[in-house]
Design a protein around this ligand. Sequence first.
Ligand SMILES: [Zn+2]
Length: 314
Amino acid sequence: MYVEELIRSTNAYKIIAGEKKRNSLSHAYLIVCPDADFLKEYLKVFARLIACDDDGCNKCRVCKLIGEESYADCSFYPREGTKILTADVDDLLSQTYIKPLENKIRLFVLSNVENMNGAAQNKILKTLEEPPANVCILMGATMDYSLLPTVKSRVKRIDVPPFGDKILKNTLIGEFSDIKKLDKAIAGGGGRLSEIVRIYEDSGVEKTTALCRAVLTEMKSSKDVVKFSSKIDKDNLTQFVAEMKAEVMRVTKLKLAGLLNDTALNEYSVGALLAIEDILSSKERAINFSSNVQMTVDTILFGILEEKHKWLKL
Ligand SMILES: [Zn+2]
């Protein structure tokens, strides 16, 4: 239910709801949202909004069937795996010419279109250019740069940016009742639901937090970088970066409030802390595309040292 509530709070939802009301739905949308794990669930909320007479009530038969991916007038792709293949597009093309069975619109929900190869994209292009009547294609992508410009120019792009802390807290509190844990998960989650859920549920977080604190307080020289680098779980770098960021933000807040009484942490100026936060944010975004984990870890650790000393000299 919280997925529903979160999406309903977005501009993306308001845009599509408005277009439905005015009877001016586009034939194809590209919904760009960085949260890969929840992308399909988000797309289902939009599909229910479009197909349900009660704007996605999530109670009626149509809404339920869409949730289960078994509504006759709504097809999901890829049919298997995480990549839409040309065979999927062939299937979609043949379906677009079939009239909706019971709905006014025939919906096609495509997840992770960023993984579509050029051949599959070219194949769907014609349908995007000359869509059959009563068809609505919802394409979901975590990023759009792997998509052909011709595809992008034929769809209406709508972004679902990371959620804000306030809406997250208000929405998730019903489901995740440990407020302290939830606050921490939100602080470290970068507005991404999958990350927040993971941090909340992951008991390994405590250990990672302790390591992050040690990095900030005990790492004095490049020799220490090697030591700490070996302690970081390379298979779970996302968690380390998220926790490191949460820790840096916590220290920044305390520092700004004049409540920081740890001498080792006091060596970090606010400028240094903000610069470190920037480094972590950029690494957080790049993590999924970087194959060299060791290099990412070293960049972060050296970056922390460098910023601390650079600002001390000012
Ligand atoms: Zn409904």
